[in-house]
Ligand binder design. Structure first.
Ligand code: ADP
Length: 489
């Protein structure tokens, strides 16, 4: 591509050099710079791309896009922009011929429920033989290909490349999880979203956003980018704020919920130990939905999928078939062991809200006690004391016994994390034992369990590793439970 075409719709000042030349590639990591390429100097959290401009030039970059007033002595083209992250998104979209303008891109945001909603949607699309690309926590899925992303929402350059690959594979629909972090860092800038979906907002990632207000405003940005539909959970207080804000504006608003009067509404809900049945009422009629997962949260997540599929012109029959076809979701209230005496469940709950909901979902069906195994993962940047106390409070209130353990302590002081959870437990007079090693903690829980007890191992869900220090150790909870059970026999 020619550089002047690559710069279409980008606001910049030409500091020096020529625009009539080739732009063979784009890089924001100097190590990936290549001949006749464009290097975009992005200021990251730990490294500043401006310091690596000479390295990028040494590897062949002939155009530099920067935002700082620094001299580049080499004979290259230099362009100055107000925000290099935003510029990276613009040139990346241009480089890949603006792929999202040729596709039906659905963006889903919210603290919890994004991945499960995505699973339900994928199944609904599959029912009609329509393939749906996925970008999110589970990785990127393009047909049979699945690969892991470094972040829930990849950097704009990688993202645009993924979209282009989807177009090449003739995939016209894509659902992507859009994190608040990605919205703030312009990763999804210049992506054209047809639909935005808001699941809920509860405390998480406050180490990045500091206040709930900031967190909310970051998420709200998605709904200024959509063209066709905004789909919002009206039972969530922040969802209602969003609805008030978006009500009289294009695009169309579609609300869903159980408690509020909504466009897509669940009524007559019957909960069972491992599935739920409800009636969904829509402007085009009603249908019975069977969700093969227990609890209110999966009523909400399936409703989000119903609303999205409804907006995408699927029939109610296709929608309910698609939802019923989801047998279960890895690490989402997944029963990893069950016999006549006991049940062991693995769940990804790692916020106070989701932990409380998971425990309350299990409670009505537990014949004996609920034994909870949990930790609090290391929060980047901040100490996280408040979160540890809040998680302990939920555990003390909603479980009968807690085994406090490690959850990806990374470089943080694991003993301090556990001590702070223990302090929270003591303050709430919860019944607990601290077992630092997570495998030992699971074994301990199994060992003390009695007939009828349910063990909930929360925090890791589908994840298969534990990060201690800088090392990532394999850690598959379903397998660990089976090994311990096998040894006990
Ligand atoms: P996300 O992709 O947003 O993290 P998931 O669907 O993977 O969401 O769910 C992650 C965890 O959050 C689940 O294991 C569950 O404990 C909790 N969860 C899921 N949906 C909801 C919801 N609607 N409300 C509250 N908690 C939820």
């Amino acid at each position: 591509m020619f550089l002047n075409a690559l710069l279409t719709d980008l606001e910049y000042t030409l500091v020096k050099g020529d625009l009539h030349k080739e732009a063979a590639a784009i890089a924001y990591d100097s190590r990936e710079a290549s001949a006749n390429g464009v290097f975009v100097a992005v200021s990251g959290f730990s490294v500043d791309g401006h310091q690596y401009i000479d390295k990028a030039i040494a590897l062949g970059a002939t155009t530099i896009i920067l935002e700082k007033d620094i001299a580049v002595p080499e004979d290259v083209t230099v362009l100055r922009v107000a925000n290099t992250r935003e510029a990276l998104a613009r040139v990346s979209a241009n480089f890949y011929h603006r792929p999202t303008e040729q596709m039906n891109l659905l963006g889903i945001t919210g603290t919890n429920g994004k991945t499960s909603t995505t699973y339900f949607l994928q199944s609904i699309f599959e029912q009609t033989g329509t393939s749906l690309g996925i970008i999110g926590t589970i990785g990127t899925v393009i047909g049979d290909k699945v690969f892991q992303n470094k972040n829930t929402t990849p950097e704009s350059l990688n993202l645009q490349q993924i979209f282009a690959e989807m177009i090449q594979s003739d995939m016209k629909h894509c659902v992507m999880e859009v994190s608040s972090h990605a919205l703030n860092l312009s990763r999804v800038a210049h992506s054209s979203f047809k639909t935005g979906i808001f699941t809920n907002l509860t405390p998480d990632h406050l180490e990045l956003h500091h206040t709930m207000e900031e967190y909310f405003e970051a998420k709200a940005k998605l709904f200024d980018m959509t063209t066709d539909y905004n789909i919002i959970n009206a039972d969530d207080p922040y969802g209602r704020r969003l609805i008030d804000r978006l009500r009289d504006r294009a695009p169309k608003l579609l609300t869903y919920g159980i408690e509020q009067d909504t466009d897509i509404h669940a009524a007559d809900i019957h909960y069972f130990a491992d599935y739920t049945i409800y009636t969904v009422n829509t402007p085009k009629g009603s249908a019975t939905v069977k969700v093969n997962l227990p609890g209110t949260i999966y009523v909400y997540n399936s409703l989000a999928a119903v609303a999205t599929a409804y907006a995408n012109q699927f029939s109610l029959q296709q929608i309910v078939q698609g939802i019923a076809a989801v047998e279960g979701i890895k690490g989402r209230l997944e029963v990893v062991y069950q016999d006549e005496d006991s049940k062991i469940i693995v769940d990804f709950a790692h916020t106070e809200d989701s932990l409380e909901k998971a425990l309350k979902t299990i409670r009505p069906f537990a014949k004996g006690r609920i034994i909870l195994v949990f930790g609090v993962y290391a929060s980047d940047g901040e100490s996280g004391t408040e979160k540890r106390r809040a998680m302990a409070k939920v555990a003390a209130a909603c479980a009968d016994f807690s085994v406090i353990t490690s959850d990806n302590p990374k470089m943080q002081d694991n003993n301090l994390i556990i001590r702070e959870i223990v302090e929270g437990m003591e303050a709430c007079k919860g019944d607990y034992e601290a077992v630092v090693d997570r495998r030992d903690a699971i074994a301990f829980a199994i060992n003390i369990s009695q007939k009828g007890d349910v063990i909930l191992i929360a925090g890791k869900g589908h994840e298969t590793s534990q990060i201690i220090g800088k090392t990532e150790y394999p850690f598959n909870e379903a397998e660990i439970v089976r090994e311990i059970k096998l040894k006990a026999k």
